[in-house]
Design a protein around this ligand. Structure first.
Ligand code: ZN
Length: 327
């Protein structure tokens, strides 16, 4: 083979490698994730059959805990962690996994898979135990709320789990990966990365979000699956809406011209649902408008079960814009 031919073959096979490789691994990864979600779903349903606690509560607790623990492997099946003293009971120092002995020490650990051991590392045992802990306060929706409160002792956590459960129940699934861009692509808009820039109004603040400039009345849409948590006037944000998604991320839409008639607190939304329209409200008492050009201020806040902080939405907006264009 001549050098030229050899080089051509080399370049050709490299090109094939680079073009084919990402698609194939992407597909394999997607398939893996599908399988993982299917496995999780079947465990939640199995727990429901055993305990009568609806699967979407169990799924929502697992989903919540997956967001609050650090450095979890992507493919971890179940992420709920029950503290050893709660699982084994105080005084059960040898950490005996026999259910009767655990009960003797007032531990909560239960055997969910019938292997004779209550193992805090076993997904079925964990889910079964968690369901039993929740059901201690009773089976109705209000009882479950009390059960969540008794276990987590934090209002935002109870709220988030309840709302995630509502989303799972409505869409009948946990693998909800669709996203949308918050401003209608049929209208003119522009945005750039300004997270962290200084802002003058209301003292020295930094800019916690991305401004998407568009004309008055341009539809503003939900980017994710979630539940409307906040609605109304706020000094800086004007007419604003807050949606918390199933990853415990709070999406903040500010300076709206108005809301869609349907939108209210507690409403379940999906990507693309219209929330309101672009305006220039804010920076004053209710009704103040026109102090700056019309735009949507879009902010994202993450909660880790202890505190909440803002992070830069810009890279996500770019990604969702591409996703929305590809639809
Ligand atoms: Zn802004």
């Amino acid at each position: 083979m001549s050098i030229k031919k050899y080089l051509f073959c080399l370049i050709f096979s490299c090109t094939i490698f680079f073009f084919v490789q990402p698609n194939e691994t992407g597909y394999a990864k997607e398939k893996e994730m599908d399988d993982l979600y299917e496995q999780r779903m079947s465990l939640y349903k199995k727990t429901e059959t055993l305990t009568q606690l609806p699967w979407y509560y169990i799924a929502a607790i697992d989903q919540y805990e997956r967001q609050i623990h650090k450095n979890l492997p992507d493919d971890q099946l179940v992420s709920i962690r029950i503290q050893p003293e709660v699982w084994y009971g105080i005084g059960n120092y040898p950490l005996i996994k026999d259910e009767q002995i655990i009960t003797l020490f007032d531990g909560k650990g239960k055997d969910g898979n019938g292997d004779g051991k209550a193992d805090p590392e076993n997904p079925e045992d964990i889910l079964y135990t968690m369901a039993q802990i929740l059901l201690e306060s009773g089976p109705t929706e209000d009882d479950i709320k009390i059960g969540l409160w008794n276990y987590y002792q934090r209002e935002l956590t109870v709220h988030t789990i309840k709302n995630t459960a509502k989303v799972f129940k409505k869409f009948k699934h946990i693998y909800l990966t669709d996203r949308d861009f918050p401003v209608s692509l049929q209208h003119n808009f522009s945005y750039r990365s300004t997270f962290g820039d200084p802002r003058g109004f209301g003292g020295l603040r930094i800019h916690e979000g991305t401004d998407i400039f568009a004309n008055y009345g341009t539809p503003v849409k939900s980017t994710t699956y979630g539940v409307v948590e906040m609605l109304g006037w706020n000094l800086y944000g004007g007419w604003r809406i807050g949606v918390r998604d199933i990853y415990n991320i709070y999406h903040y839409y500010a300076h709206l011209n108005g809301y869609d008639d349907e939108v209210k607190v507690g409403m379940i939304v999906k990507p693309g649902d219209v929330l309101g329209s672009v305006g220039s409200s804010g920076y004053g008492p209710p009704g103040t408008s026109g102090k700056f050009p019309p735009h949507l201020h879009y902010g994202m806040y993450k909660d880790n079960g202890e505190k909440e902080w803002s992070f830069d939405p810009y890279p996500y907006l770019r990604k969702w814009e591409r996703m929305a264009k590809d639809k």
